[in-house]
Structures are given as C-alpha cells and as structure tokens.
Design a protein around this ligand. Structure first.
Ligand code: EPU
Length: 422
C-alpha cells in the first residue's frame, strides 16, 4: 500500500514547475480518434488518468509511441470502434469523451459507464441532449451508453446546455466537428481546457469559433488531419502549489503558468493576506503573517474552481476567524472534511456549505484521500500541521498530480512516498 508521510512545519522555498493540464490532456487524447491520423502531443502530465486514457486507445488499436517523458505520438488510423470493457473506461470520468469522438468518427459509440471522483450523482443528460440535437439516437442498454447516428450521419444543430457542463461542452464539440453543417452550443463551459481542445481541433482542420465564451460555433468539416500540439499548463496543479506555499509560509516561485487562469485563486489568496507577485509565466507566492479567513463560493469558470475547493478548505482550517465555503458546482464535495477533522480542524458541513472556525494549528494524523483534490488538501494540511501526517489513498492523488512528492521535496518539504506490500 502506498502512503505519503509528511513531517509538517517546513516553510516551502524555491522554484516549482507546473506540468501540463490533466483536464485538457484527456479530451485531446480522445479527440485524436477523430483525426484517424498521426498526432504529436507535447507537455502531457505523467498522471494515472492520462496514462489510462492512452492505454484505452492502445487497447482499441491505436499506436502509441512515447517520444519523451512528456510527449507522445498517437496514430489512430487503425483504431477499431470497439471499446475495451468497463474495467478500463469505468475508472475514469474522461472516458465519456469516447462517446463524442467515436460518434464523430464512426457514427456509432458504445461505451461502458465512466467512473471518476465520487461527488454524488454525475449525470450525462446534457451530453445526451447534445448528441440528440445533432441527430443521434440513444439506445437503452444495461451495461453501457450507446449512441448512434444512423444512416444519414450527424448534422449540425442548436444545443442549449441547462448547465455550463465541461464534459457536455467537450462531447458536443467532438461530435459536431465532422457533422454536416453548423452547430451552436449556448451556455457552453468557458474553462481554459475547452479553449485548449478547440485550439487542438482547429489545428487538425476543424472550424470552431467562440471557445472560451458561452456561445461556441462549429462549422462541420469533411475530415480532420493530424497535428503537433502542446497542452496548456495545469491551473489546478498550479493553484494547489500556491495554496501549499500559503499554508507553510516561505517563498515559492511557481513557473510555467498562465497567470490569467489563476486570477480567482490569486485574488482569494490576496484577501487572506498572502503575497502573489505576477510575472509573465510565473507567480511568486509569499506569506509573512498569519492567514486571514475568508468566504468563497465555487462556480463555473471564471468563478472560483471547484477543483480548488478542498485545498482552500485545508488552508482556511488554520486561518483566523470563521470562513464559509459554498460549493456551487457539485452536490457533494466535502467528504475530505471528515479527514481534516482527524487533524483537529473545526469544520461543520450543512449541505453545500462548510463553516470553518480556524484553529491555531492542525495536528498530524493518519488520514485517507477520498478523491483526487481531497488528497491534495490533506497534503497541504500535512505540510502545515504540527507532527506527522500519514496519507493513504495515494493512488487517487496520482490520478492528477505529476510527482507531487518529488516536487514538494525540492521545495524543502519533509515528505516521502512509502510503498509497502500489504
Ligand atoms: N451535470 C449535469 N448533467 C450533465 C453534466 C453535468 O447535471 O449532463 C452537472 C454535474 O453533476 C455537476 C455540474 O453539472 O454538478 C458540472 O459538471 P461538469 O460536467 O462540468 O463536470 P465534469 O465534466 O464531469 C470536469 C472535470 C472535473 C471538474 C469539473 C468542473 C474532467 C475529466 N473532469 O468534470 O475535474 O471538477 O469538470 O470543473 O475534466 C478533477 O480534476 O479533480 C475533477 C473532478
């Protein structure tokens, strides 16, 4: 069993490099299916979800050639439309993108139910509504999602999303790029990874405009071709290290970021009394006094990211006064609170709201990562706590953080990964 062991209290100091964004890499990897050609992808993070996505494509007959530690060539010319069984796709939320990509390329997609972090019910009704607007039929099957275009193929359509869902926006884009005619997505998600996917698809010959706004237009093209593409930096990884720097004090230069993507996180840290100095492609985070409590509400981009909510929960646990966090995206994203309570955090959850009474200092304890960002929150708490923190459930953290232990150790944290047989 893997464990992360942290002796808290060291101030973080030095430079840290941010990896490519997991949530941009996943749709881009599955989008290579649409090209039926060779794509060279750079700045891929070495995280389990990305590696699993590549394994899924390989199991479907794609040729995957690693060309460096962060680069890969994917050739989907011989890909078969048959999906591997649920053992693989069921471990990943991003596998839902197979629906849009296979529907776009083969006119038919039969994909096992996806998995991913447990935040309560995670329906795909908006994805399905989008496919239907493009002329697809949805077939009821017990063990998978099955959407099919029928003999006429997909056509353009107008899609209004009831929720600005990241996954639904991506899936409709994937299905629409080679559909006949014009598709519009209203109330589209505006996250930077939507823009990254659109940029990738446009480099492959797609005609997408408006990505990054709530209204995306897609003119269908006959076919796509391969390209070379570099994934954007991971704003959530960057934000996690910003929060870690703030939790421990010291001075950390977070390099290889797009500061614009970090604006809401930067603003919240500044409200808490943390210094954030913005350079072209880096952010210097310093803290020289106690943290002030604050209130925050998560929302769709450019709101405060839900994927940074647990990390801020950990940070606010030892900030002065009372702070209130409201989760505006998912039904249930406070499962980490129970673990923080073992570290003597004083947090009460009521539905989508957590009230945090800041304590002087958290205490090390044995805790368990219950999902990816919950695990990151425990790492932050452990770095700031007095004594030793032992975190299990490390595999969940490895889904989305590229060498979190090595990166933090380089900043002076007393942290190590233990892998014992059990
Ligand atoms: N929703 C619906 N119907 C749908 C789709 C979504 O009701 O058809 C609801 C969800 O239940 C949720 C809200 O809409 O309440 C937002 O869900 P969204 O579809 O935007 O999320 P997602 O695509 O499932 C992605 C990321 C998550 C991130 C969210 C929000 C990937 C693979 N996952 O999930 O990332 O939290 O967007 O930004 O990109 C993470 O990286 O830790 C992570 C969980």
């Amino acid at each position: 069993m893997k464990k992360i062991i942290i002796n808290g209290g060291n101030k973080l100091k030095g430079d840290i490099y941010v990896s490519g964004m997991k949530n941009a890499a996943l749709p881009i990897i599955f989008a290579t299916i649409l090209t039926g050609d060779m794509c060279s992808i750079e700045n891929l993070p070495d995280v389990t979800d990305v590696n699993l996505s590549l394994d899924i494509l390989a199991a479907m007959g794609a040729e995957i050639r690693r060309t460096g530690s962060t680069s890969v060539i994917i050739d989907t010319s011989k890909l078969s439309p048959e999906c591997p069984d649920n053992g693989m796709v069921g471990r990943l939320r991003g596998s839902t993108y197979l629906l849009g990509a296979l529907l776009g390329r083969f006119g038919d997609a039969k994909v096992g139910f996806s998995g991913g972090c447990n935040f309560g019910v995670r329906p795909i009704d908006q994805h399905i509504k989008g496919f239907q607007a493009l002329g697809a039929d949805v077939l009821n099957e017990d063990d998978c999602n099955h959407v099919t275009a029928g003999a006429g193929g997909l056509h353009g359509g107008s899609v209004y999303l009831d929720i600005a869902s990241v996954g639904a926006t991506i899936n409709v884009m994937l299905a629409a790029v080679t559909a006949r005619g014009r598709t519009t997505i209203d109330n589209a998600a505006r996250e930077p990874h939507i823009v990254d996917l659109a940029n990738f698809l446009n480099m492959c010959g797609a005609r997408i405009t408006g990505a990054g706004t709530s209204f995306i237009k897609i003119m269908g093209v006959e076919e796509l071709h391969g390209c070379s593409y570099t994934i954007i930096p991971d704003m959530i990884e960057a934000g996690t290290y910003m929060a870690a720097a703030a939790a421990t004090g010291g001075r950390v230069n977070i390099k290889g970021v797009i500061p614009k993507h970090m604006e809401t996180v930067t603003a919240k840290l500044q409200e808490m009394g943390v210094g954030v100095d913005e350079k072209d492609e880096s952010l210097i985070v310093t803290r020289s006094s106690a943290l002030n409590g604050t209130n925050l509400k998560t929302f769709f981009y450019p709101g405060f990211p839900t994927d940074m909510q647990p990390q801020f929960g950990a940070l606010l646990a030892s900030a002065s006064g009372t702070s209130v966090i409201t989760e505006g995206v998912f039904d249930s994203r406070f499962r980490y609170v129970e673990e923080l309570a073992k570290m003597k955090a004083d947090i009460t959850v009521d539905g989508r709201t957590a009230t945090i009474n800041g304590v002087e200092r958290l205490c090390g304890a044995e805790v368990k990562a219950v999902d990816l960002r919950a695990g990151a929150a425990l790492v932050i708490a452990g770095l700031a706590a007095e004594g030793t923190t032992v975190i299990t459930g490390v595999e969940l953290i490895e889904r989305g953080y590229n060498d979190i232990v090595g990166k933090l150790r380089k900043l002076g944290a007393d942290i190590r990964l233990e892998d014992t047989e059990e």
